[in-house]
Design a protein around this ligand. Structure first.
Ligand SMILES: C[S@@+](CC[C@H](N)C(=O)[O-])C[C@H]1O[C@@H](n2cnc3c(N)ncnc32)[C@H](O)[C@@H]1O
Length: 301
């Protein structure tokens, strides 16, 4: 096979990446992109770096490090490989069914009962926008009366956010979109489909690193699906505590199917739909944790 000669000098498995090379790459990402991988699971990251090394066409590890140091494009390509951003409209459709039929109507009622006219939805690790746009499609269909719904979508990766704003999708990403919804909300453009402008305008995209951000915006519903899975247990617990602090009592948290609440953060949330990984914020006070695990001053709201 043609790639064998490359594989023989480049690491085949992530674990074979020498520690010094691994550290040098992490340092480049920290220094030039403010992207700190310290709390990501090591093996997962090493495997991805090895994958990028192999597909970069570099002759050996030293040549790759040299290129990385000189080429911003390579640094971004590496970052994109590290933060896989695979998503789909209505990924795990049952979850969106529960959101549409139970959670969103209930959150609207709660907001109104509390005299609020705005509901805030936050998609964390939004990838190409499929998840927050799915929420926007639900909201557009629900047409809630008396409550304005704001949708914030954040991700650590700027290129991913740029493509999300474009709203142009491969057919594969739309596999779970019912034909009638596709016909109403998407316009074919060549081989791809563009979400209509009115729905795109319902979502605000911003860069936000869930590990290092000084602030977490207040929200009534947080979707953080298939993001925590890459982080260490300690990091997950810290982020979940911050989500709890951002949600009001009764606010909802949705995790990915492979994610769950295990540690002390379990008391901050009550499981409402176990299979769909939908949790409600309890009244238990959230511990005050800041970015990077350090203590921070209490939130002002
Ligand atoms: C597998 S995608 C999940 C997309 C979507 N939530 C879903 O479930 O379909 C993971 C996303 O998390 C983002 N991500 C990784 N680390 C992050 C961090 N520290 N802060 C914010 N987003 C992060 C990646 O850039 C990627 O777009």
């Amino acid at each position: 096979m043609g790639s064998e000669s490359v594989d023989s000098v480049l690491p085949v498995l992530g674990d074979e990446l020498p520690d010094a090379v691994f550290e040098a790459i992490l340092e480049q990402l920290r220094a030039r992109r403010q992207f700190d991988l310290g709390a990501y699971k090591d093996r997962c990251i090493r495997r991805r770096i090895a994958k990028r090394l192999r597909s970069s066409g570099a002759a050996d590890v030293a040549a790759y490090l040299k290129r990385l140091a000189e080429d911003d494009g390579e640094l971004d390509a590496l970052l994109a490989t590290l933060s896989i951003h695979v998503s789909q409209f209505f990924r795990n459709p049952d979850t969106f069914l529960v959101l549409e039929r139970q959670i969103l109507p209930d959150l609207c009622r709660r907001a109104q009962a509390a005299g609020r006219s705005e509901l805030r939805l936050w998609s964390v690790g939004c990838a190409g926008g499929e998840e927050p746009y799915s929420l926007a499609l639900l909201v557009d269909e629900l047409q809630p009366v008396g409550v304005k719904i704001a949708i914030l979508a954040t991700d650590v990766s700027e290129p991913v956010l740029a493509s999300a704003r474009e709203g142009l999708f491969e057919p594969l990403r739309l596999a779970e979109v019912p034909p009638a919804v596709r016909a109403r909300y998407f316009t074919p453009e060549g081989e791809r489909y563009r979400l209509i402008e009115r729905v795109r305008a319902m979502v605000r995209f911003e860069r936000h690193n869930v590990m290092t951000a000084a602030e977490f915006p207040p929200a009534d519903l947080i979707l953080c699906r298939n993001v925590l899975i890459y982080f260490t247990r300690e990091e997950q617990a810290r982020i979940l505590a911050r989500f709890a602090a951002a949600l009001p009592e009764g606010g909802a948290l949705v995790l990915g199917r492979a994610e769950t609440l295990t540690g002390p953060e379990r008391q901050l949330f009550q499981t409402e739909f176990p299979v769909e990984r939908i949790y409600r914020r309890t009244s238990v006070a959230a511990p005050v944790v800041g970015a990077g695990g350090g203590e921070s001053s209490p939130r002002e709201d």
